[in-house]
Design a protein around this ligand. Structure first.
Ligand code: APR
Ligand code: PHB
Length: 393
């Protein structure tokens, strides 16, 4: 067995792990990222692409935002439609000039990998059978298999950034860990197509046959979604059926303007809300999807990972530079306060815009009433906009 040493062992090379690695390295804190997949595999995952200003600021600080500023689009509003009744939420006007940046998570992950390479960061891909040891001592370690050999990485802290299906979360003992979750009775069928987006801004659409979303990656690449039953399979959705369904769910003017084309990616994702408490135990700190999942309505997943990394990076920097453990001690509570607010917003938007199989006529009237209120009240719109552009860190 080979033995090596670092200050922070980071499990998972998704956006959370890579961003933490980059921020720590910039502050001269040694770290190693252990990722179970290949880089190509990580970069083949298509995820959301709406970045809050807080995340953009953090990427500036991490020196990885050059391409984002050149290619990303700043959006100062979005549309919310109930059948043909549409409402524009003017983020800029309602939040004193704030907006979001549209830039794909896959591109962001690519930028992070490139930045880590340039700085000579250590990322071990295809690290198998990762196991966390001695987390309740001053010298935890992580063992893993790579290229047929077993390795031990000694460290001072472990950052569990290994997503929802990772191993880190389960290292918090059952007697301490509490998990909260809701599984929604539908999924999102997503299509990526090399077509111009149907509109300048995102359109979130609720109809009696279900939710639809028109999003984009660039002026030539569009991302669309329709709500679908959980047991549907991709093979149930040839492109023609997808485009017909999408057209029937978005406002008529958008349906007329929609340019369709061959899908270059198509996938079905279930919708889930999930939170693990606490987000830290002894020398282990969870961040991103390892600790929480939001349904994609509202695009909070990546942004929530970013606020975790903001708190965690500062706490670790404070520990290594100033010898204080205050930030590390406060990390879980601080991160969870913001997590629960984003969970609430994502749950609210999901409930407002989707068709639930178990809904009664009364429930549907409640959704309609909520939309009518939103349309008639600047205060309600301001609350939506404030959450959408991102609550402060
Ligand atoms: N050992 C090592 N790596 C692992 C293990 C393991 N046992 N289990 C999972 N991983 C890796 C995965 O292969 C993945 O690359 O951890 C990484 C976790 O990345 P993400 O799932 O992207 O999670 P995170 O970095 O927290 O990013 C959050 O991504 O999942 C979306 O909606 C989410 O947008 C949000 C953002
Ligand atoms: C996306 O572009 O993939 C996207 C945008 C907004 C969401 C979810 C997904 O709320």
């Amino acid at each position: 067995m080979t033995i090596s040493e670092t200050q922070v062992a980071i499990i998972g090379g998704g956006p959370s792990g890579l961003l933490l690695s980059q921020l720590l390295h910039l502050n001269e804190i040694d770290n190693v990222v252990l990722e179970q997949r290949t880089r190509d595999y990580v970069l083949s995952r298509i995820r959301a692409g709406v970045l809050e200003q807080g995340l953009v600021d953090l990427l500036d600080e991490a020196n990885v935002s050059q391409r984002l500023h050149a290619e990303g689009e700043v959006h100062s509003g979005c549309e919310i439609a109930f059948n043909d009744d549409a409402l524009r939420i003017d983020f800029a006007e309602l939040t004193g000039g704030k907006g979001v940046t549209v830039y794909g998570q896959t591109e962001l992950t690519r930028d992070l990998y490139e930045a880590r390479d340039e700085m000579g960061g250590t990322i071990v891909h295809e690290a198998n059978n990762v196991q966390l040891q001695d987390l309740d001592s001053d010298q935890p370690s992580v063992t893993y298999e790579h290229s047929g050999a077993t390795h031990q990485l000694k460290c001072q802290f472990v950052a569990g950034c290994d997503g929802f299906h990772g191993v880190s979360r389960s290292c918090i003992p059952n007697s301490v860990r509490r998990e909260y979750s809701r599984v929604y009775p539908f999924g999102w069928l997503g299509v990526l197509s090399q077509t111009p987006p149907v509109a300048e801004e995102l359109i979130y659409a609720a109809t009696s046959s279900g939710f639809a979303l028109c999003s984009l990656r660039s002026r030539t690449l569009s991302r669309y979604y329709v709500q679908c039953p959980l047991d549907d399979d991709i093979s149930d959705w040839p492109d023609d059926r997808f485009w017909e369904e999408l057209k029937s769910r978005i406002p008529a003017a958008a349906a007329r303007a929609l340019v369709t084309g061959a899908s270059i990616e198509k996938s079905i994702a279930p919708l889930r809300s999930f939170v693990c408490e606490p987000m830290s135990w002894k020398r282990l700190f969870l961040a991103g999807d390892a600790a929480h999942i939001v349904p994609p309505t509202g695009a909070k997943g990546l942004n929530l990972a970013a606020s975790d990394i903001y708190y965690l990076s500062r706490a670790l920097i404070d520990y290594f530079n100033n010898g204080t453990e205050t930030g590390l001690g406060a990390y879980s509570d601080k991160a969870l306060d913001r997590v629960w607010m984003a969970e609430r917003f994502s749950w609210w938007m999901t409930n407002l815009l989707h068709r639930f199989p178990e809904h009664s006529g009364f429930d549907e009237k409640m959704q309609r009433g909520e939309f009518t209120y939103l349309k008639s009240s600047q205060t309600a719109q301001a609350a939506l906009a404030e959450n959408y552009v991102g609550l402060p860190y």
